[in-house]
Design a protein around this ligand. Structure first.
Ligand code: C5P
Length: 289
């Protein structure tokens, strides 16, 4: 078989709204959320039937990403290969990691989603199958298979594209430390607090202009207790920028979102922060046109 080289961009995401509605019997939680993809992304290359197979990781954040078959993106590729009867195809996944890991930005999930999109096109698999496989890999993957502005319900597996948010500036603030097993610990920390109703997300889905003050993320109620030093970094950023700063997904990344052209000034004001500052923008889906 001839070698095929498939190239894609795996965008980071933020949540414009993130509500947790209930605890489920299977250990997951019912959520209602809006994900928005960003221009910041990992670069993904899949080589089919080349000379090598496995996973190669490069880039700024390569050390935090498994470069073996346990990698989510490789697992997604293998699962899809099995479903479409292509287990004899030799697969190499190359990831150039530019999205900070374990920060609430969906980097690993987006790599997996992008591999599914690339191989789905190559093998002519229907989108419904890509979404099914995405849901076997994790909870954010299906939304990232769609990309752009997406509402996700259930455990994150029931996805619905919603009208794209017009371009906004986004500034990400990456704290120096994260914690082990962050996502399950953040969900567990919600026990005992009242659950959300989904009403905030219902309204957020209609919005065409967003400012940080409009964002709701239920994890903001517990993030200060779990991530050491986060409260201080948050306060510092709000004071320095004079703007509302929000938590990305299950954290600990913090972010600002607002009108195009305003991000540069926010990033400039935050320049003495202990966090790594990454200015970026919202991005429409590369696949939904
Ligand atoms: O599915 P994923 O690997 O992304 O989720 C990681 C963990 O986060 C799950 O094992 C579960 O503990 C928690 N989770 C949850 N409810 C969700 C999504 C994730 O409790 N909707």
């Amino acid at each position: 078989m001839a070698e095929s080289i498939l190239i894609g961009a795996a965008p980071a995401k933020i949540n414009l709204s993130l509500e947790v509605l209930a605890r489920r019997d299977d250990g997951y939680h019912e959520i209602d959320t809006i994900l928005q993809t960003l221009v910041l992304g990992d670069r993904v290359v899949v080589v089919v039937d080349g000379n090598h197979e496995g996973v190669v990781v490069t880039g700024t954040y390569q050390d935090s990403t498994p470069a073996n078959r346990a990698n989510l993106a490789f697992r997604a590729a293998e699962l899809l290969a099995r479903r479409v009867g292509r287990t004899n195809d030799r697969l190499l996944v190359r990831l150039d990691k530019l999205i900070p890991p374990a920060g609430g930005l969906g980097g690993g999930a987006s790599d997996a989603a992008t591999v599914l999109r690339l191989l789905g096109k190559h093998w002519e698999a229907p989108e419904s199958l890509l979404l099914q496989v995405a849901n076997e890999v994790g909870s954010d993957e299906a939304a990232l298979v769609l990309g752009g502005t997406v509402r996700a319900r259930g455990r994150g597996d029931r996805v619905e594209p919603i009208p794209s948010l017009p371009a906004h500036d986004v500034v990400l603030f990456i704290p120096p430390d994260t914690i082990e097993q962050k996502t399950p610990r953040m969900f567990a920390a919600l026990a005992g607090l009242p659950f959300d109703t989904g009403k905030v997300t219902e309204l957020a889905a209609l919005r065409q202009r967003v400012d940080s003050v409009d964002i709701y993320n239920t994890f903001e109620r517990v993030a200060f207790d779990l991530f050491p030093g986060l409260a201080e970094q948050w306060e510092w950023l709000e004071r320095a920028t004079g703007a509302a700063i929000r938590l990305a997904g299950a954290g600990p990344t913090l972010f600002w979102i607002g009108s195009p052209g305003e991000g540069e000034e926010i990033a400039r004001r935050a320049s003495g922060s202990a966090c790594t500052i990454i200015p970026t923008r919202t991005a429409d889906s590369l696949w939904r046109r």
